[in-house]
Design a protein around this ligand. Structure first.
Ligand SMILES: [Zn+2]
Length: 464
């Protein structure tokens, strides 16, 4: 008897605990969760996955909800993009909500759970794509359905584009690029909302909300020295490997000049108050146009990358045989250009730094030049207002990324892109692109709510 009473008390305690931990889920959140789960559980990796299947599943959801203007466009087998449009009055140009639905590879044996099953454990969703980028993708779909059901009649069309192949570098199927090149009219917009910004958690609490307005531009160069070669038993002073090594040594000493743009100015102005006093005063000096304390800032690789174009040797390849003088010596130098800088200008700077006509510098591929998006007051004020309602006191920070997203295609094509999601996570441990990608359940619901309010504010208008 004692045993069963103890058991009952323990069971009651467990139930109470479970109730205290459970998140109250509204019908709208429940509907969103089903979409999120369906999208996450369709494998959309390049190796065996299928983005066309995922796009079709989301299209079916939208059509069932009564949206008429919905299509799936494929650039090849297993490569699908969804484009859906909620019509507005047309008083203003459309807004584009873009999210990629392909995901980085994930192997069951590397993970603690099946990466293509949405697990909910300890208040966290765990699955491949639970953050990148299926949280935004499913929020856009769920919110578009809600707007349609409400009879929301915005001042501008709201376009949702779910795209493939963002995670593969240089894929001809990259949906953002492919749609711009082949179906521009379908996604043409005054501006776009995309991934690239997010919320960061510090000790589990929201610390800052980023709005990504710019990305550095990716461009690699090949450095090459050629030589007739010969027998290594009779070496000559001139040697392809030595020549390339000397060129690289000169490159190592070279730095591009400091350059600020509107976005990085705004970034430094906002973050200064949270920095140590010496760093804060170095930022103040920088913004005032004094370079006397620049070293204080540029000793941090992150800050250095925000302040200038960088080029760094990343690969080396030389010689043909152990007993032969090298006929070729090659290095790959990867550059990240300040947006707005021409790739040709960087090539000329590399040639000047290397200062040896026998070292040929050739671009590898072609840079996608993408200028920063203008700091649009309407977008920034809407983000600030909704953020202060949902996360009072959390600063909104304009950012420039060192890497790139599909926003580089949009900005290159003249469509301003804003990276903002309202999805808070700990970037150091959330498993994005790695194992056990996970994010707080409440944070995902908050992201959906943030985007619901933001898009509604930016689309304007009212009920039909
Ligand atoms: Zn992504």
């Amino acid at each position: 008897m004692v045993t069963s009473k103890t058991f009952l008390v323990a069971a009651a305690l467990l139930l109470a605990l479970a109730a205290a931990q459970a998140i109250e889920v509204t019908p709208a959140q429940q509907a969103f969760r089903q979409i999120y789960q369906e999208l996450v559980e369709i494998n959309t990796t390049d190796s065996i996955g299928d983005t066309a299947k995922a796009a079709e599943a989301m299209a079916a959801r939208l059509r069932t909800a009564g949206l008429a203007d919905v299509q799936v466009l494929s650039s090849g087998p297993r490569k699908g993009n969804l484009v859906a449009r909620l019509r507005g009055t047309g008083a203003r140009r459309p807004i584009l909500l873009i999210a990629h639905i392909d995901v980085v590879e994930a192997k069951r044996e590397d993970w603690d759970s099946d990466p293509f099953k949405l697990e909910e454990v300890n208040g966290q969703f765990q699955a491949r794509g639970s953050i990148d980028d299926k949280a935004m993708a499913s929020a856009f779909v769920a919110n578009l359905i809600e707007y349609a059901k409400e009879g929301f009649h915005p001042d501008r069309d709201i376009i949702v584009a779910l795209t493939t192949d963002e995670e593969l570098s240089d894929s001809p199927h990259d949906g953002a690029r492919w749609l711009l090149q082949n179906h521009r009219a379908l996604i043409d917009a005054e501006f776009a909302i995309n991934e690239g910004g997010g919320g960061s958690l510090r000790d589990g609490k929201p610390a800052r909300l980023s709005v990504q307005l710019a990305e550095k531009v990716y461009q690699s160069y090949r450095l090459e020295v050629t030589d007739p070669g010969g027998h290594s038993a009779a070496p000559r002073p001139d040697n392809a490997i030595y020549r390339l090594a000397q060129a690289l040594a000169r490159l190592a000493q070279f730095e591009f000049p400091i350059s600020l743009n509107d976005v990085t100015r705004a970034y430094f102005a906002r973050v200064a108050s949270a920095e140590r006093p010496d760093v804060a005063s170095a930022i103040a000096a920088l913004l005032a146009g004094n370079d006397h304390s620049l070293a204080r800032l540029t000793q941090s690789p992150t800050n250095n990358a925000l302040l200038r174009t960088t080029c760094v040797a990343t690969m080396l390849n030389a010689g043909e045989a152990e007993n032969a003088l090298p006929q070729t010596a090659r290095a790959t130098v990867n550059c990240r250009l300040m947006p707005g800088q021409a790739a040709g200008e960087v090539e000329a700077a590399l040639n000047r730094a290397i200062n040896d006509p026998k070292v040929a510098v050739t671009p590898i591929g072609q840079a996608v030049e993408s200028p920063p998006s203008p700091i649009n007051p309407e977008v920034m004020q809407a983000v600030e207002r909704i953020s202060s309602e949902m996360w009072p006191g959390v600063p909104v920070i304009p950012t420039m990324s060192g890497g790139y997203t599909d926003s580089h295609w949009l900005r290159n094509a003249g469509i301003a892109a804003y990276g903002v999601s309202g999805l808070f996570s700990d970037a150091g441990s959330n498993g994005v692109h790695g194992r056990n990608e996970h994010v707080g359940v409440q944070q995902v619901y908050d992201c959906k709510e943030f985007l619901y309010r933001l898009v509604k504010a930016l689309a304007g208008g009212g009920q039909k």
